[in-house]
Design a protein around this ligand. Structure first.
Ligand code: F6P
Length: 523
């Protein structure tokens, strides 16, 4: 059964939220924080090795209650049950949305079109495991008898961004394999990658759910030609593997049947890193770590499915984001990870969030008259501080931020980590508290800048009042990364439910593809 279609703006909760917004808006975040009776418990949630602190938001307890009431009026609980049980909530494509089934580590039965999909998922996981082990142990040989040293993932969008982000994020847990990613149809990038590779010791993973994507097919063909300059057709089976739903096209391309890993239409491309699309992850960090990633995601799935809305991390993340997007009219959100390992998190989330919720027709087929999908962007701290943070601190736009940090570093170097985390907390505090005229005045006096007080004081004032979420993990482990990614996936789901849009299609990418095809063939 499909989700209930409710225009959020005509709910009672929305109207109340609007009135409430007019009361909250004039107050500074510092004032709101000081007037909270039970600071810690109401605005922070602990889940395993994760603590999410929502206290630096322009909200009160009542704001949260009203947002929860909105979620209830939009029948979020019912939607969550449908999402996990395989209802065809992706109505426009007539599909279930079951990336959560891929990390269903307890093998609970899930039925799609009268078929339990769990055995097929388990079989594929076993295939990923045995393939990974063969490659890593050196048992799998290239055409000249040498073991594999390099792996190239050829795919784009969800067939690239998720695996690439995770491989980079888990570099600390790396096996001996070097993993490369080719996505763009840019031939120069293909050449730059190939020039460092030896065809005898390289494995190519062609990853495409549809196997019709122009970029992936063009790149795969170019690479096959390059490979055949030094090897023969019969060697392809030792070097080319594919992940797809389109078995016929994969076979036509020349990939051996035993080298094909399945994909399913109930997994959206941008949510597919948990499937064989994540084969590069398993090769990069070993199957056990891949499994830990799945486990973390599964734990977040359970949290999301079973926790009451008011203590549910993805639900609160989504609702607070709606609060800024639809009431404060914030245009964008920034994601600031205080680790270089997560430098590709923002591009990954851009596809996940913007391809999902960048929609303007509601589930009744009507054009919406309210804002939907957030624009997300981001970088790593402290680099961001020396680049764009000026605009967050003193610019004219309200940009809610997610700060992602880790209590411990991976290699030690404690002094670095303490400085990194001091910056993490400093940014959160500076954004929220700001610095008043009086404080600036005093500072300038103390520093002996008497002559400049009049001319410079206004430029040195920080209004503060800039909201953020603090997302703090103990350590960057595969399991915690799984928790983090699944948290954002569910945030996307909640927002789509409340905005009354279909989050799991992506018709908006088609026109450009069609036109590029025409332009190419007419030129
Ligand atoms: O262009 C959009 C898109 O369909 C994404 O949703 C998808 O992740 C990407 O293209 C790649 O698709 P495929 O895996 O079928 O090659």
């Amino acid at each position: 059964m499909a989700l209930k279609n409710i225009n959020p703006t005509i709910t009672t909760a929305w109207k109340k939220l609007y009135e409430h917004y007019n009361l909250i808006k004039p107050h500074h975040l510092n004032y709101l924080k000081e007037n909270r009776p039970n600071k810690k418990n109401d605005f922070s949630i602990q889940f395993q090795e994760l603590e999410v602190d929502f206290s630096n938001n322009r909200i009160t307890k009542e704001t949260l209650e009203l947002l929860i009431a909105l979620a209830q009026e939009c029948e979020l609980n019912d939607a969550i049950q449908k999402y996990f049980s395989g209802d065809k909530i992706n109505v426009t494509e007539n599909r279930a949305v079951l990336h959560t089934a891929l990390r269903n580590t307890v093998n609970q039965k899930i039925v799609v079109d009268n078929e339990n999909i769990v055995p097929e998922i388990s079989k594929t996981l076993q295939k990923i495991e045995s393939f990974t082990n063969k490659i890593l142990s050196g048992e799998w040989k290239g055409y000249s008898g040498k073991s594999i040293t390099d792996v190239v993932n050829i795919g784009i969008g969800g067939s690239d961004l998720g695996p690439q982000m995770v491989v980079e994020a888990l570099k600390y847990y790396k096996t001996h394999l070097n993993i490369h990613f080719i996505s763009n149809i840019d031939g120069d990038h293909v050449q730059e990658t190939l020039k460092e590779l030896n065809p005898e010791t390289t494995l190519f993973l062609i990853v495409s759910k549809t196997f019709t994507t122009q970029e992936t097919l063009t790149n795969a063909l170019t690479i096959k030609k390059w490979f055949l300059q030094s090897a023969t057709e019969k060697d392809i089976k030792n070097h080319f593997v594919a992940v797809s739903t389109n078995l016929q096209m994969v076979k036509d391309f020349g990939v051996a049947e035993e080298n094909i890993f399945p994909m399913w239409d109930w997994v959206g491309g941008r949510f597919s890193l948990w499937s064989a699309v994540g084969l590069s992850i398993s090769l990069a960090v070993g199957f056990e770590n891949f499994n830990q990633l799945l486990l973390g995601a599964h734990q977040m799935d359970n949290h999301f499915k079973k926790t009451p809305l008011e203590k549910n991390i993805p639900v609160l993340m989504a609702l607070i984001s709606i609060w800024y997007n639809n009431f404060f009219k914030a245009e964008t959100e920034v994601i600031l990870s205080y680790t270089e390992y997560l430098k590709s998190l923002a591009p990954y989330l851009q596809q996940a969030i913007m391809e999902s919720n960048g929609k303007s027709v509601d589930r009744n087929g009507n054009k919406v008259d309210y804002q939907t999908g957030n624009i997300v962007w981001g970088s790593t701290g402290t680099n961001a501080q020396h680049a764009f943070m000026q605009l967050l601190h003193q610019g004219t736009k309200l940009i809610p931020a997610d700060f992602i940090g880790f209590k411990e570093s991976l290699y030690g170097l404690t002094e670095h980590h303490q400085k990194l985390m001091a910056n993490f907390y400093a940014q959160i505090q500076a954004l929220s508290d700001g610095k008043t005229k009086e404080e600036v005045h005093l500072d300038m006096k103390v520093n002996g800048q008497f002559n400049q007080i009049e001319s410079l004081l206004p430029y040195k004032v920080f209004e503060g009042n800039k909201p953020s979420n603090t997302i703090l993990f103990k350590k960057l482990t595969p399991q915690n990364l799984g928790i983090l990614i699944a948290m954002y996936e569910h945030k996307i789901f909640v927002q789509g439910v409340i905005w009354n849009i279909y989050s799991y299609d992506q018709f908006g990418v088609e026109l450009g593809k069609e036109l590029a095809h025409k332009i190419y063939h007419n030129s």
